[in-house]
Design a protein around this ligand. Structure first.
Ligand SMILES: Cc1cc2nc3c(=O)[nH]c(=O)nc-3n(C[C@H](O)[C@H](O)[C@H](O)COP(=O)(O)O)c2cc1C
Length: 201
């Protein structure tokens, strides 16, 4: 059975444009791929704690030496990694806040990027270990940033996902959302048209 992992990260929850686009895509995906097993995570409703000294310490402590608290930290991170490892398809809702991804989504990356598990370094350089998956990113913005240096999301996600081995990534942009009604409607219509294209592919 095919598995789809959906990660939303809008502070507006299901009302966020990125969430609405991702939710619509997933709903239609399920219709077209019956039997898909969906795992859904809302990183704002159910946040992944920030990486800090204690958490990093837990992750770097040898298994047999971990305190009960450290074991809990590692178990929570392991569960997030397992969800990602098991997914065939990954859907990310990635709204732009202050030119980058939400800090909640960054915290998730900080927990799933694990040396020897989701990536490793060899003599040839870095190697991502999460291969053979397709990723769809839904990124909503108030302004227009696609292809500009102000887009701190697309290059970052391409690099971050690629580092983990997730190299097959499609981006759906909803831009100009704060630039008046017409621009907003156009931005959403463009995103919906792209969703149609991707679903038909
Ligand atoms: C805290 C905050 C910061 C934002 N920063 C930016 C920004 O840097 N650039 C931009 O174009 N839009 C920015 N916006 C507008 C959002 O990108 C826009 O509202 C988008 O719809 C957010 O996606 P969401 O609805 O899925 O949460 C910001 C919005 C908020 C609430």
């Amino acid at each position: 059975m095919s598995k789809l992992l959906q990660i939303n990260s809008s502070v507006f929850g299901d009302q966020g444009v990125s969430s609405q686009l991702a939710n619509a895509f997933v709903q239609e995906w399920q219709t077209r791929h019956p039997g898909t097993q969906l795992v859904r995570r809302d990183l704002v409703a159910d946040p992944v704690p920030h990486l800090d000294g204690e958490r990093l310490g837990a992750l770097m402590t040898a298994e047999e030496e971990r305190s009960p608290e450290q074991q809990q930290v590692v178990a929570a991170a392991d569960a997030l990694i397992r969800e990602l490892q098991e997914a065939d398809t990954v859907v990310l809702g990635a709204p732009m806040y202050n030119f980058g991804i939400p800090s909640q989504l960054k915290s998730w990356f900080d927990m799933v990027a694990r040396a020897g598990v989701t990536f490793r370094y060899t003599e040839a350089g870095a190697e991502g270990l999460l291969t053979g998956k397709k990723v769809y990113v839904f990124t909503s913005r108030g302004g227009l940033h696609k292809g500009e240096s102000s887009d701190g999301i697309t290059p970052y996600l391409q690099t971050m996902l690629g580092f983990l081995g997730l190299t097959d990534v499609e981006f759906v942009f909803a831009e100009g959302l704060a630039m008046g009604d017409e621009a907003r409607e156009q931005g959403i219509a463009r995103a919906n048209a792209r969703i149609e294209e991707l679903l038909a592919a």
